[in-house]
Write a protein that binds this ligand. Sequence first.
Ligand SMILES: *[C@@H]1O[C@H](CO)[C@@H](O)[C@H](O)[C@H]1NC(C)=O
Ligand SMILES: *[C@@H]1O[C@H](CO)[C@@H](O)[C@H](O)[C@H]1NC(C)=O
Ligand SMILES: *[C@@H]1O[C@H](CO)[C@@H](O)[C@H](O)[C@H]1NC(C)=O
Ligand SMILES: *[C@@H]1O[C@H](CO)[C@@H](O)[C@H](O)[C@H]1NC(C)=O
Length: 316
Amino acid sequence: MAAVLLTVLAAVASAGALKTRQLFEFPSPTFIENIAVRPNGHVLATTFTDAGLYTLDPSASNTTAKLVARVPGKTALTGITELYPDIFAVGAGIIDNLTFVNGSTSVWVVDFNCAGAEPVVRLAANLPQSIIVNGLATLPKARHMVLAADSIAGAVYRIDTISGTVQIAIQNDMLALGSNPAYPLGINGVEVHDGYLYLSQSAQRFFARVRISDSGDQIGEFEIIATLPRDPELVAYDDFAITGNGVAYLTAHSNTILKIPPGGNQTVFYGPGDMPYLFDPTSTALSRDESTLYIVTGGSAVRGGATGGQIIEVRL
Ligand SMILES: *[C@@H]1O[C@H](CO)[C@@H](O)[C@H](O)[C@H]1NC(C)=O
Ligand SMILES: *[C@@H]1O[C@H](CO)[C@@H](O)[C@H](O)[C@H]1NC(C)=O
Ligand SMILES: *[C@@H]1O[C@H](CO)[C@@H](O)[C@H](O)[C@H]1NC(C)=O
Ligand SMILES: *[C@@H]1O[C@H](CO)[C@@H](O)[C@H](O)[C@H]1NC(C)=O
């Protein structure tokens, strides 16, 4: 039933003839985990496979991703969020045998507002209490503070990137793995929009929001906006972007982007029938003018394939 519904939705999406272009494909097995867009329009991509931060200029005719920063002592980067113009926070850890090493988690600041050609990378905070920080989101009224999703503990931390202080802002079963999880991550992506924390939940298969204070504390009940349809192609929601009008573009493993407007009427925005094929999309980001959606993927190596992580542009 769900499969039939999805096929119909995919046909609707494909009929819309997406204006898509693959900007770059990394060599296998580079796995792109997350993405942000700089004020100059260049894309930043974080990798799970070498703790690299890569940059790419989408306006260049023959564009190539170049390494701009590496986080020392770590093997994997996770979420990324812009604190101040051209200053980003990124999550990092050590992955061994596809598993994060407990105690290796940390958040770093990457500052492009520096005299040199290279950004300055500095440690903001270690999170020994966490196995993984996944999505990151800046608090709009306190931009040196980030909220970080712990996908295992089912928590959202508030991290002061200046003092290094880490506190639990939200801890709730709605963020946790839940009983009998088929996917090993709970809360995944986070974005702050209009006084709410929006979040994707991989194991529990929903997209939700919760009202937060200016400092990120929970001040309302969780509201489930959409649930992941039951379809063999739809394994788990991953990270997402949200427009100024509250339209979310959510990635879903293994090959789909779902569009969820504020009312929660979820449709397939980019499906397995669209080209180029998405190999495990992990996150999306919008250009500043919201005319373009960028999608990053993990590539097919985790499934034994030869495609590296992709960066794809969709004109909206
Ligand atoms: C584009 O980039 C590729 C890879 O770096 C290179 O092999 C190719 O010659 C370039 N093409 C043009 C037109 O610059
Ligand atoms: C890697 O993890 C898998 C699954 O947990 C386990 O079966 C395997 O033995 C591990 N390999 C090594 C080299 O630790
Ligand atoms: C991770 O390490 C912390 C601190 O040492 C410990 O309390 C926690 O139980 C560990 N978690 C797991 C899953 O091993
Ligand atoms: C949901 O979106 C689809 C596609 O845009 C549209 O055809 C349908 O009418 C919408 N349903 C509701 C309840 O708004």
